[in-house]
Design a protein around this ligand. Structure first.
Ligand code: PMP
Length: 360
């Protein structure tokens, strides 16, 4: 039998796949709109697709276990050294590597209420204790998080922007926070949605790395780069931290198709700016819709927005019956809210059209 700390884990609840809803409701897959997993509605960029298809020719071979091509692309893009980069099977993998390398029994991790679900999961899986710090205005309360650190704390997770609330911490506040975090705590700064920040929100955490050897930045190709299905993310940190993460990493944790696709995606600025522009327009479309319906919503810096409906489970069920998949977030302690990802204009419109009836 598994130990008690494993049996106590409640599994991650992913967004319902289109095929599953189609089966359940007897609907055609084409008629279903999925706005549940913060995916890129534009799909994959053309250059990335080409690189992906090309890589299929070598599929009988193992991937490059060191991921040189992608690391070199990241080095050129961000000016970091190769030994400051670790690659992951999605950025989830980076979060788990951090927990696996730095946590264990008799250690604890600090994270915020309503923060991304993988932080408590990875902490529990490592047999460590999780300290959940109450949120402030649905976001991270950095002073309270600092106060929650104990001598046993080894990891502190921050999502910026946060999922599912979309809250954002300005760069100057984060930097001032890092100065105050004790050196025995690894700060995992999860920037899964960083490409969606507006120009006035943008900050450069990579420039902080030389000053904070206990900082690990985690990023992904799943969102703005449109590669969620390939599972590829990366971590940036000091060579000492990266070396430890590499020790617990699976030898071939990122597949060859993902390595090639991500290296190409990183330089497809045209696709990235189209994704960003679509997100801005879709965010305005959805939040105007919520305002017109008199619904409360939380200003979001990501590619999704969380809105208040009262009976989240009931509204979610009625949306599903109409072929629209959004994300209930009762598991995040927000049963009165739902999270919707920004889709194509037509998908957002379809969601807004069925929402009034679903609200009951
Ligand atoms: N961090 C945050 C805040 C997220 O919302 C997600 C995706 N839901 C991830 C990390 C992990 O994404 P991936 O493993 O696809 O990179």
């Amino acid at each position: 039998l598994a130990p008690a700390h494993i049996r106590a884990i409640s599994p991650y609840q992913p967004g319902k796949p289109i095929s599953e809803l189609a089966r359940e409701m007897g609907l055609a897959e084409e008629s279903i709109v999925k706005l549940a997993s913060n995916e890129n509605p534009l799909g994959v960029g053309e250059k990335t697709r080409e690189a992906m298809l090309k890589s299929l020719a070598d599929i009988a071979r193992y991937p490059d276990g060191n991921g040189f091509e992608l690391k070199d692309a990241l080095r050129r893009r961000y000016g970091v050294a190769l030994d400051q980069i670790v690659l992951g099977n999605g950025s989830n993998d980076i979060l788990e590597l951090a927990a696996g390398a730095f946590l264990g029994p008799d250690r604890d991790a600090v994270y915020a209420q309503h923060a991304f679900a993988v932080y408590p999961l990875a902490t529990q899986a490592a047999g460590a204790r999780g300290i959940e710090v109450p949120a402030r205005n649905f976001g991270h309360d950095l002073d309270a998080m600092l106060a929650a650190i104990t001598p046993a704390t080894r990891v502190l997770f921050i999502a910026n922007p946060n999922n599912p609330t979309g809250t954002f911490i300005p760069g100057d506040e984060l930097e001032a926070f890092l100065v105050r975090v004790p050196e025995h705590v690894l700060v995992v700064l999860d920037e899964a949605y960083t490409e969606y920040l507006t120009p006035d929100q943008r900050y450069d955490a990579i420039a902080w790395l030389p000053r904070f050897p206990n900082l690990l930045i985690s990023r992904t190709f799943s969102k703005a780069y449109g590669l969620a299905g390939l599972r590829v993310g990366y971590g940036l940190g000091s060579p000492e931290v990266i070396d430890l993460l590499n020790r617990v990493r699976q030898p071939f944790n990122v597949c060859s198709v993902a390595l090639s696709a991500a290296a190409a995606a990183l330089f497809d600025d045209e696709f990235l700016s189209r994704s960003y522009a679509l997100n801005c327009a879709g965010m305005a479309q959805l939040t105007e819709g919520f305002t017109q319906l008199g619904l409360d919503w939380i200003p979001s810096a990501g590619n999704f927005v969380t809105f208040k409906v009262g009976d989240g489970a009931g509204v979610n069920r009625r949306l599903l019956e109409q072929g629209v998949i959004v994300r209930p977030i009762g598991g995040y302690g927000m049963p009165e809210w739902l999270r919707v990802s920004i889709g194509l204009e037509s998908e957002n419109a379809r969601f807004l059209a069925v929402l009034p009836a679903a609200l009951g």
